[in-house]
Write a protein that binds this ligand. Structure first.
Ligand code: DQA
Length: 143
């Protein structure tokens, strides 16, 4: 079974509480439980990590290098700011898919730029929790 690390960045621990009109009612735990089941159906074993700290996210990507075959990452706000995450994704040489619950291109201009997009194999944005599922499908096709 291929192993995939699903990484979530800052404020994603507040899903279901924060800006429900944008991010929906689901908690991160409930999305992850659902994803674990969906992943199994796809023959993927999932590992989950969330942090509000940039360095911890870099460390998780380094961990993924030794344990996993691919990564799904919602870097949240760090998507739009972090050279460190971009370099980490580039360094680990694993296929990574960028995910966003909301359609970042339909929102403020500062969300239109992704530092990590160019080093990912693809990105999915705007489909709520289904963005993660679509990322898993895409990732499975390249693994
Ligand atoms: C987000 C979009 C980001 O712009 C924002 O900073 C987030 C969540 C999303 O999933 O839609 O925290 O990554």
């Amino acid at each position: 079974m291929k192993k995939v690390m699903v990484i979530n960045g800052p404020n994603m621990n507040l899903l279901g509480v924060r800006e429900k009109n944008i991010y929906g009612e689901d908690s991160l735990d409930s999305i992850n439980r659902w994803l674990r089941e969906e992943g199994e159906k796809l023959g993927l074993e999932l590992e989950f990590f969330q942090s509000n700290h940039e360095g911890a996210l870099v460390d998780a990507l380094h961990e993924a290098r030794t344990r996993c075959d691919g990564v799904v990452i919602n870097a949240a706000a760090y998507t739009h700011t972090s050279v460190a995450l971009r370099d980490a994704i580039s360094a680990i040489r694993l296929p990574c898919v960028e995910v966003h619950l909301s359609n970042v291109h339909a929102r403020e201009e500062f969300r239109h730029r992704s530092y990590i997009g160019p080093v990912c194999v693809g990105s999915v944005s705007g489909f709520g929790r289904y963005s993660y599922l679509m990322a898993l499908y895409g990732l499975r096709s390249v693994l």
